[in-house]
Design a protein around this ligand. Structure first.
Ligand code: ACM
Length: 475
C-alpha cells in the first residue's frame, strides 16, 4: 500500500486492519454534518463496509473532503475494477482559528488568476485566511469609486530600483526603466472573495495606514504633510517618511475609502496596517503640531493612535473588527484590536500581555521573503534565512506564556512580501513548500520528525503541481 500522505497531518489518524473495496476510484463516501461534533471537528471512518465523513459544520466537512481526497491517493487497484482504500479512522480539528497567509500585491501586482491559484493552495492545506495587502508606498491596488486617481495614478510606478539599496548614495542606484502596476476592479475583488468563500477562506483586506501611503499621497497630494510637493509612486523599498497628514479632511477621505472597502469585503476582520509609520513629518508640520496640542498629546507619535481611532469608527459602524501590525499596541489602539505580531515572537508576548487577541506572524520564523538556501545560488531575496526545516520547527505559542495568555493566541500567519518577487513564478518559489510546513503548525499537526514530514511532502508536491503553481524543489 502506498504511504498515506496527508498534509497537514490530521491530529489523530489510526490505520486499522483491512481495507474497503470501493467501486469508485474516487471512493464514494457518506457525508454528513452532525450535531455531536464541534463546528471545527470532522471524522473520517473507512471500514470494509465503506467510508463515512462526518463534521460539525459545512466548513469542517470541506476539510474532511480535502483530507479524504488525499487519503484516496493511497488506494490501490483491486479485482473487478475496484480500488482498495485503506481502513483508517481520522479524528481531526484545527488547533488555531486563524490560519493565514499574507500576500503583498502592492510591491508587485499579481494577476487575479494567480490569486485564485493561491486560494486553491490555501484550501489544499486547510488554511482559512488570505490577508490581502492591497496598498503600500509602491502601489494602490483596489478600485475606489469616490477617488479614481488612487488607481489611475497610484496603481502605477514609472520604474523600479534594480537589486538592493546598497549604501545611501542614491547616485549609485539603478532603475529598470519599466512601468509597473495594475489594480483589481471591485468586480475582480468580489470574484476573489466569492471564490475564496466557496473554499472556506476568508479574505481580509489591508489598507495600510497612516504610513505606507506614498502611492495614495502621490494621487492626492492634499493627503500628505507637504501638499505642494508632487511625489512619485515609490520606486525604491524601505520605509517612506511621507505619511498621511492628520487633518479632518484626510480622516474623512480615509473613512470614505474604508466604507467602499467594507462594501467589497464581507470579512469580520479589516486590517488597517499601522506598521513602520515615521512621525518626522508630523514633527515638522504646523498643522500636525496644532492637532497634537489640541489633543493634549505629549508626543507626535501618539497622533498615529488618534488617527487610527478616528478612521476605525467606520469598522465599528459596520460591525467589523480592527486588525493591525504589532506597532499598534504602542499607539493606544482599541483593546479589541487583533494584533499581528511581526517584529518578533516577543512582540506577540507583549500584545497578549496587553490583553489583545494575537496572530503570531514573527519575521524570524514565517517571513517567506527570507532566503531558504545559500544566497550565492538563490534568487535575490530580502535577507536572513528561513529554510524549510525552520518553518517545520516553528512554535506558534511562546512557551513562557500563562494558560490565560496562551488562549489569546488566535492563530498564525505566514507572509509573502514581494519587493523581490516580481512575478508569480517567484512567489510560488518562495511560498512553497514552506507553506506546507507552516500549515502543519497552523493546524496543530502532531510533531513527529522533519524526516517523517518530508516523506509526506514528496508526494504532496504533485498536488501543488496540479494546481499549477511554482515551488522550490526539495534539496
Ligand atoms: C511589516 O513587515 N512591515 C509588517
Amino acid at each position: 500500500m502506498p504511504d498515506i500522505a496527508i498534509v497537514p497531518a490530521p491530529r489523530e489518524l489510526t490505520v486499522d486492519e483491512g481495507q474497503w473495496l470501493s467501486a469508485d476510484p474516487a471512493g464514494e463516501a457518506i457525508r454528513d454534518v452532525v450535531e455531536n461534533l464541534g463546528a471545527t471537528e470532522y471524522r473520517i471512518d473507512v471500514t470494509a463496509d465503506g467510508a463515512r465523513l462526518t463534521a460539525g459544520s459545512e466548513d469542517a466537512l470541506r476539510h474532511a473532503e480535502t483530507t479524504y481526497a488525499q487519503l484516496i491517493e493511497a488506494a490501490e487497484p483491486a479485482a473487478d475494477g475496484k480500488v482498495a482504500v485503506p481502513a483508517v479512522r481520522i479524528a481531526d480539528a484545527p488547533e488555531f482559528a486563524w490560519r493565514g497567509m499574507m500576500l503583498d500585491v502592492a510591491r508587485h501586482f499579481m494577476p487575479k488568476e494567480f490569486v485564485l491559484k493561491v486560494i486553491d493552495v490555501l484550501a489544499l492545506h486547510r488554511l482559512n485566511t488570505l490577508h490581502f495587502h492591497l496598498t503600500d508606498d509602491q502601489g494602490w491596488r483596489v478600485e475606489i469609486e469616490a477617488y479614481p486617481r488612487l488607481t489611475e495614478v497610484g496603481a502605477w510606478r514609472d520604474e523600479t530600483l534594480v537589486g538592493k539599496m546598497r549604501g545611501r548614495d542614491e547616485s549609485e542606484w539603478t532603475y529598470d526603466g519599466t512601468r509597473h502596476g495594475g489594480f483589481y476592479t471591485k468586480d475582480d475583488l468580489r470574484e476573489i472573495v466569492a471564490y475564496a468563500a466557496e473554499r472556506g477562506i476568508d479574505v481580509v483586506p489591508e489598507i495600510d495606514l497612516p504610513g505606507h501611503m506614498q502611492a495614495a499621497i502621490t494621487a492626492y497630494p492634499e493627503l500628505g504633510n507637504n501638499p505642494d510637493t508632487q511625489l512619485k509612486v515609490r520606486q525604491i523599498w524601505g520605509i517612506s517618511d511621507d505619511v498621511l497628514n492628520v487633518n479632518d479632511a484626510t480622516v474623512e477621505f480615509v473613512k470614505a475609502v474604508l466604507r467602499e472597502v467594507l462594501d467589497i469585503f464581507p470579512s469580520q476582520y479589516i486590517h488597517l496596517g499601522g506598521d513602520e509609520c515615521p512621525s518626522v513629518q508630523w514633527k515638522e508640520s504646523e498643522a500636525a503640531q496644532k492637532r497634537q496640542a489640541e489633543l493634549g498629546l505629549s508626543e507626535a507619535e501618539q497622533l498615529q493612535g488618534w488617527f487610527t481611532a478616528q478612521v476605525q469608527e467606520v469598522l465599528v459602524e459596520g460591525g467589523r473588527r480592527l486588525v493591525g501590525w504589532d506597532e499598534m499596541v504602542e499607539t493606544d489602539c482599541p483593546k479589541d484590536a487583533v494584533i499581528m505580531a511581526w517584529r518578533s515572537a516577543q512582540r506577540g508576548e507583549v500584545a497578549v500581555k496587553a490583553g489583545h487577541q494575537t496572530v503570531m506572524a514573527p519575521c524570524e520564523s514565517v517571513y517567506f521573503d527570507y532566503y531558504q538556501g545559500d544566497p550565492a545560488t538563490e534568487p535575490l531575496a530580502i535577507g536572513n534565512f528561513i529554510p524549510l526545516q525552520k518553518v517545520y520547527d516553528f512554535e506558534v505559542i511562546p512557551p513562557s506564556l500563562s494558560d490565560e495568555e496562551k488562549a489569546l493566541i488566535v492563530g498564525t500567519q505566514c507572509q509573502i512580501w514581494t519587493e523581490y518577487m516580481p512575478d508569480e513564478q517567484q512567489v510560488g518559489y518562495m511560498l512553497l513548500p514552506r507553506l506546507s510546513a507552516f500549515a502543519e503548525r497552523a493546524w496543530g499537526s502532531p510533531r513527529t520528525s522533519y524526516d517523517e514530514f518530508l516523506t509526506r511532502l514528496r508526494p504532496h508536491l504533485a498536488r501543488i503541481e496540479r494546481i499549477g503553481i511554482n515551488y522550490r524543489p526539495l534539496d
